[in-house]
Write a protein that binds this ligand. Structure first.
Ligand SMILES: Cc1cc2nc3c(=O)[nH]c(=O)nc-3n(C[C@H](O)[C@H](O)[C@H](O)COP(=O)(O)O)c2cc1C
Length: 212
């Protein structure tokens, strides 16, 4: 249930106890800051300290927000001072500039988790690592090879072309966010019901991408 456990520290304790008693796994955690309030996580930190937790990635929202509204950076800052754990930041990093701002605000954080921003722009992690806002010159070629590889991977793992197209379409919903006309570009892929139509749509999209 996503963040359904966050306001039940006793249950988190029970899960961690069992995991540590019955396996050698070093657990890492992924949490929001609460379900109803961003302070709920503060009651979980003392529980985590009982176990050799590797790290805690915090998505700086609360459960009832789903993905609406912004991340709550003030509440995240409170987590940093309240916890002894190795904390990773997660939430809404979609550009190098946004990353730089976050790094300035949280200089002690040295691990960052990126979800949707990475799918929308697969170049983002490398650009962050290289501290540049410049895309590689052959960006369209690299991107084209990447989606081809994804396609082939799904084609060999899934049975049925329609399943492959469904998977690729859900990626394209993110990819097109960085294209010149996201709505039109995504619609083109969504309309394609055969592999041939999909390939044609990809070609048109990539032509638009290279002029961008
Ligand atoms: C489609 C989708 C599926 C997700 N599934 C999971 C999941 O199974 N487990 C999890 O911990 N987080 C899941 N998340 C949340 C992300 O890991 C991440 O915390 C969230 O998207 C915020 O980071 P972002 O702004 O970089 O995407 C999911 C997010 C999306 C958009």
């Amino acid at each position: 249930m996503g963040s359904g456990l966050i306001n039940d520290p006793q249950r988190i304790d029970a899960v961690l106890k069992k995991a540590h008693e019955e396996s050698d796994i070093i657990v890492s955690m992924k949490m929001r800051m609460g379900y109803d309030e961003p302070t709920e996580i503060l009651d979980v930190f003392p529980i985590l300290d009982k176990y050799p937790i590797k790290n805690v990635a915090i998505h700086a929202r609360i459960g009832k927000q789903l993905y609406k509204g912004g991340v709550d950076l003030d509440a995240f800052e409170k987590c940093l001072s309240a916890s002894n754990q190795k904390i990773y930041y997660n939430g809404d990093i979609t550009t190098v500039d946004e990353f730089r701002e976050m790094k300035k605000r949280f200089p002690t954080i040295d691990h960052w988790m990126i979800g949707r921003g990475l799918i929308a722009d697969p170049f983002l992690p490398t650009m962050i690592k290289n501290n540049t806002v410049e895309y590689p010159e052959n960006k369209v070629e690299i991107f084209s090879r990447f989606i081809q590889e994804l396609f082939e991977g799904y084609a060999s793992a899934l049975s049925g072309k329609s399943h492959v197209l469904t998977k690729m379409t859900s990626y394209w919903e993110y990819f097109t966010q960085t294209f010149p006309d996201p709505h039109k570009t995504y619609k083109r892929i969504k309309k394609a019901k055969t592999i041939e139509a999909y390939e044609e749509a990809v070609k048109l999209n990539l032509d638009g991408f290279s002029q961008f």
